[in-house]
Design a protein around this ligand. Sequence first.
Ligand code: PEP
Ligand code: MG
Length: 883
Amino acid sequence: MKWVYTFGGGEAEGNAGDRDLLGGKGANLAEMSNLGLPVPPGLTIITEACVRYYADGRSIPDELKSQVSAGIEKMQAITGRIFGDTQHPLLLSVRSGARASMPGMMDTVLNLGLNDLTVQALGHDAGDARFAWDSYRRFIQMYADVVMGLDHEIFEEILEDEKGRLGHENDTDLSAVEWQHVISLYKQVIEEELGEAFPQDPEVQLWGAIGAVFASWMNPRAVTYRHLHNIPAAWGTAVNVQAMVFGNLGNTSATGVAFTRNPSTGENELYGEFLVNAQGEDVVAGIRTPQNITEAARIASGSDKPSLEKLMPEAFEEFQKICARLEGHYRDMQDLEFTIERGTLWMLQTRSGKRTAKAALRIAVDMAEARTITRDQAVTRIDPASLDQLLHPTIDPRARRDIIGSGLPASPGAATGEIVFTSEEAVLAQKEGRKVILVRVETSPEDIHGMHAAEGILTCRGGMTSHAAVVARGMGIPCVSGAGNLRVDARNELLIAAGMTLKKGDVITIDGSSGQVLKGEIPMIQPELSGDFGKIMAWADQSRRMTVRTNAETPADARAARSFGAEGIGLCRTEHMFFEGERINVMREMILAADEAGRRVSLAKLLPMQRSDFVELFSIMHGLPVTIRLLDPPLHEFLPKTDEEIADVSAVLGMDPAELRQRVDALHEFNPMLGHRGCRLAISYPEIAEMQARAIFEAAVEAARETGAPVVPEIMVPLVGLKSELDYVKACIDAVAREVIGEAGIEIEYLVGTMIELPRAALRAHVIAESADFFSFGTNDLTQTTFGISRDDAAQFLNTYIQKGIVEKDPFVSLDFDGVGELIQIAAERGRRTKNGLKLGICGEHGGDPASIRFCEETGLDYVSCSPFRVPIARLAAAQAAI
Ligand code: PEP
Ligand code: MG
């Protein structure tokens, strides 16, 4: 088995296409080597080795060891240095690299190969003893943390104490001798804490680090990250072992990260940060505030620290050329890591850059307009779920801004919430339904769950590429980072601004688009849906086959959905209309009536209300299809439950409370979800269905007269399992239609269809189709009844199922293709066998889920229907599925 692939010296054994094998980082290092770019030589241990490591009880195959040795020999030949040599030692970096990027989630070790002897040789070779000792202490710190499991804070404390004792402000102020002393303290604390010495043998160090990278695949933060991003644990991570180049070799050395375009706005400008005399992790960790790469960015940010462009013009120019080359080669915005060692540029990583939804749109549109990519490619470049970010509110420009601090606009959108200082509090608050802003000096990968629970993130330290910024952008959560004029006093739970002190629980607003931090809650406005968004949507619409409708019953929702591009209503849940205002009491009167005659009196009062609702919906939809579903939930949902509620309602209705209680008890069901609901109600009380049908037809007549646009109502019968159920209800509807048509003297076209939301209906679809004009898959109920899992109670155990890997995803969120999906396929095929071209749609929650939408496309449905805010997501996902 070939476990190791080498790269460097202008060639490589792999290339960018080998992502599954080499991980993202390894595949792109190989590609850059093949392109002849300056990449330090190295080797990649394939992802399969990690899988094998776990399968073999966390042990490393012998074959791997010999292949790594051979790879290191190649690196030695290219660099002219020898691993472990006491004259010209080769030092290594050991980094993880999974198929999907998992920034900061797994471990890295730099400067590997240093020991008490090689450190001397390194200093001698470089002519800089201080640099060698600085590298050695970094190595000890990282190795002890990552491989030996000693908390890095122990070392930070030692270093802070020493700096204090010596009167130094920065790490760079320490001399070689001072570092040597720090190192002796480090080694001492390792022995004290772990009872073993820091390993001096480079081979031992190397395998310790490789094992630690494999092990980090299963660390809790990596597990959480994979869970949040649907990355299978079975993929494993690759390990990249690469010759070190040094950004900490004095003031002509530097290290940095850059994006070929602005990752926040998508602007076509080189965008990045670097630190002089530093190593890679310093930039990402946000310990020092970095400098801008371009002069333009420096001027824009008002920084007084020189840009790379000014400081190291030659390296900058070469870097700029490489950026352009890589972006052209990959035809996408790249995220790069580089190091400059004594004026020489080295590329350490390139990958497709993470970006905000706004930037993704801008970049895709710009590249399509420049014909670098096609319009269809531009459409496929946008993650449909990320559109959510664009639908985020922003601060109303007319609002008064009480600014208490400012930082970098790290992730767009505005958010308001109570201040919390720990991730645990953020998670707790979310559970209690409170909105919070997570305020930290800086975030680390351990904060991932808290960041997810917060509305927004505020940090006082760190740049645009700090952990907080990168992760927040990825999650689509507003973030302000590096707000240096605010101070966090975590111990006393205070946020201190100039002239004021805020405490935990105080409300602030952050504006991730401007970087401002504001006191209190600020009015927000809804986002603009034109520009790049409009273009991508228009291109998506050209490539899309399925139509996209919305689930809406209120005029406000219907209008919002229209503005998001909905092409009709796929589900109007009429029961929602009965809960509003005064209507609920008329509804209760109807339910509590002693007999049919009594019910008809109340229904006559409900009729005009329903009719006017439908007139409004028809006129908002202006000729687009509107599917109205007959009443679905069991009647007791409308009745009061607690003694208090019963007392209130009986007073309003002028009823005896005891009698009301008796009626409520009589309607009680043990399993209401499987009880007296859906078409069963219409069969028990046809007068309800008749009233609703009359309201629909009269509204259609009125709307057609008012707007001049013909209205073709689609009436939908819920929870059908038997053809005879549908036939019974359809007969009521048809009879009412004949009456209304007779009264109005105009012809109305209409459709009567059914929900397919019970397994029996799916299996008997060929028979049911004889009576149905359309099917709409109610995948909420179909999931519930196929799994035999209650929609209302599932949350209690589904999370455990997901954590234990029993199911990969919540089947109520993303369609279970194998089970529920097969029923949908059966129903679609059998229904259309009876009625060629039978109209098919989906109106369960899955209608707004991109993966489920792809399934609907493949199954040949005609439309998906989802909540208004998911309409743009569905339009894009439907296009991507069709491309
Ligand atoms: C469904 O069951 O999928 C559906 C759309 O109906 P409801 O959620 O109203 O039961
Ligand atoms: Mg249903």
